[in-house]
Design a protein around this ligand. Structure first.
Ligand code: G6P
Length: 609
């Protein structure tokens, strides 16, 4: 989704801005741009539709140089992806501004500005902000004052950064609802929507808080809170080695990340090693909160929501703890009735998903006994704002379609089930059994990865199709949902998941020889029921792809292709089967020639509603 990079330095910063944008590319975007103030105090601008590489080409042909600048990758919300709608937006050849988020009252503001003679060149909501800022500056305000009064007019979510040729050394920025971090340099300062963009220049960061406005120059760094009072925000040193994410021998990050799972899963569970209490993996204070838990409310989006759905089966079946799961965009706006002793658990790979963050923030006073986030990003907004934190050890995930982040979330949630379960219905024997299963998990995943060739052969049948149906029962229903989501995200084949028992209540009408049906049928106690459902599908001429335990008694026959999965403990089957479905989607997408790592229209981190 949109990315911001900005710099106020005494050296030329165009390459720093471009490198920052490159580091944010994986999040998904459709156009890019940058504006700098040159040494004659003129604004210099490049905007391009498409990749950052297009911006680089434009920069090679006509270099724009300067020591103060802002840059942006845009993921279209208001106005089509185009060079005109790309940021920065400009007012009067004087002020340039970039924006992440959505300005909800932009129509009203646009009408007001039009009436005052401002002309608009784009269809974006953002352009009103740059004209508002210009209006304040033209009235004689300082850059800081102009930004403070501008944000007072805005409704919605934003991270903003702006420059003004009348204040050529300064960058002003503000945040509400979208993340923004200051990178503190020596004699220079930077700003970005994600610290990753700035690790090239500094390891010292200030994570801005809601409503903050910040003024940067090479020598000054002033933060003001939403009331306009100067504040000191904590400086954080991120001193661990910068994670170098390279493709290595793989063709795509997604494939690399699928293959990294044995290591990532082991590292995530290894956090429990040597600890007296599993509680300690969830941060200080976990024991006190966990002692009071009577129920769990999970809130998440996308793939993380599917992790929550799997966790519900674990929490209720293994721990005997009531659990509700809901997508964040629904949860946040719903009038809710709380249950005493409920723990709010958010799940978010990025820790920045706007709806999940809003759900945490608008949890009512006394509605929950505490909040826990399962995330892959330390220092993310959800991590900073939750009381308890479980950090998955997936390592950075670049592919937009989540793979290792999902399976490591499941490990974290199974660990949560154990931590809570020992206080409820889970026996010590069961805990030991799950611990052993988690220890063995990386090996079962390796065995599944070794089935790559067989899965690739299955994928051929999907290439000419426009639709696919995924079926699962019990805990494997969310796994079927995740399999269908992966297929639609990266191959653009319409895929739906159904609980197998619902087949006769609608989807069976769609089943014919043009509709491949994928069954997640691991061979648990629901196996016989799944087999009946599959007969119903087969007798309508559909081609069946059954992912089944090698001991489940499924054999391939005409129009039924069986992938024999390793025989492994029930509790970890959702994780192991996910890996096979990830490979299936990958191979289908590969053969269809889609952009596997950056599927069209999608973003890695969805920081707007
Ligand atoms: C986007 C990503 C998905 C992800 C979802 C939730 O849609 O493309 O892969 O599952 O956001 O993201 P989160 O960071 O909150 O897990």
């Amino acid at each position: 989704m949109c990315g911001i990079v900005a710099a106020a330095a005494r050296r030329e910063v165009s390459e720093i801005l471009l490198e920052g944008l490159r580091r944010l590319e994986y999040r998904g975007y459709d156009s890019a741009g940058m504006a700098l103030i040159d040494n004659e105090r003129n604004l210099q601008l490049h905007k391009q539709q498409g990749k950052v590489s297009e911006l680089e080409k434009a920069q090679q042909l006509r270099p724009v140089l300067g020591c103060t600048g802002i840059a942006h990758t845009r993921w279209a919300t208001h106005g089509e992806p185009s060079a005109v709608n790309a940021h920065p937006h400009i007012s009067d050849q004087r002020v340039a501004l970039v924006h992440n988020g959505i300005i909800e009252n932009h129509q009203l503001l646009r009408a007001e500005l039009l009436a005052q003679g401002y002309q608009f060149s784009s269809a974006t909501d953002t352009e009103v902000v740059v004209h508002l800022l210009h209006r304040e500056l033209a009235a004689g305000r300082s850059l800081l004052e102009a930004m403070q009064s501008t944000v007072g007019r805005l409704e919605g979510a934003y991270a903003l950064a702006a420059i003004d040729t009348a204040h050529p050394e300064q960058v002003v920025a503000a945040r509400r609802g979208s993340p923004l971090v200051v990178g503190v340099g020596i004699g220079e300062n930077f700003l970005a929507s994600d610290q990753l963009a700035l690790r090239q220049v500094t390891d010292r960061f200030i994570f801005l808080e809601e409503g903050d406005v910040v003024l940067l120059s090479p020598s000054e760094l002033q933060v003001f809170d939403s009331a306009g009072a100067p504040v000191e925000r904590t400086r954080t040193s991120i001193s661990e080695a910068v994670e170098v994410v390279e493709l290595g021998a793989y063709d795509h990050y997604m494939l690399k990340e699928i293959h990294e799972q044995p290591r990532a899963l082991a590292a995530t569970f290894a956090q429990a090693a040597g600890r007296e209490q599993l509680d300690e993996c969830f941060g200080p204070g976990a024991t006190e909160v966990f002692d009071r838990v009577q129920g769990v409310q999970i809130v998440a989006c996308g793939t993380s929501f599917h992790a929550g759905m799997v966790a519900r089966y674990w929490l209720e079946e293994l721990a005997g703890i009531p659990c509700e799961v809901e997508v964040a965009s629904e949860f946040r706006y719903r009038k809710r009735v709380g249950h005493e002793g409920t723990l709010l658990v958010t799940i978010s790979q990025s820790g920045e998903t706007a709806d999940t963050l809003a759900a945490l923030r608008n949890a009512g006073e006394g509605e929950f006994i505490g909040s826990l986030v399962v995330s892959n990003v330390a220092n993310s907004s959800l991590v900073r704002e939750s009381e308890l934190v479980f950090l998955t050890q997936a390592g950075m995930e670049i592919g937009v379609a989540s793979t290792k982040a999902f399976t490591t979330q499941l490990v974290g949630l199974l660990m949560l089930t154990m931590a809570l379960g020992r206080r409820h219905a889970m026996s010590p024997e069961k805990q030991l059994e799950i611990t052993r299963a988690l220890q063995a998990l990386p090996d079962y995943v390796r065995q599944t990865l070794a089935l790559d060739g067989a899965i690739e052969r299955l994928s051929d049948a999907f290439i000419p199709r426009h639709h696919a149906l995924f079926l699962g029962r019990g805990i494997h229903y969310p796994i079927a949902m995740e399999g269908a989501l992966k297929l639609k995200e990266i191959s653009y084949i319409h895929a739906e998941a159904y609980p197998a028992g619902e087949l006769k209540h609608g989807p069976l009408a769609l089943v014919d020889n043009d509709m491949p049906v994928v069954a997640v049928a691991p061979g648990d106690e629901l196996l016989e029921k799944v087999k009946s459902n599959l007969e119903e599908v087969r007798s309508r001429g559909a081609e069946l792809f059954v992912f089944a335990d090698q001991q489940a008694g499924f054999v391939s026959e005409p129009r039924v292709k069986v992938l024999s999965m390793p025989h492994c403990p029930e509790v970890i089957k959702p994780i192991v089967y996910t890996v096979a479905l990830q490979l299936l989607s990958y191979h289908v997408a590969l053969q269809k020639g889609t952009d596997v790592d950056k599927p069209r229209n999608l973003a890695k981190s969805v920081t707007v509603e």
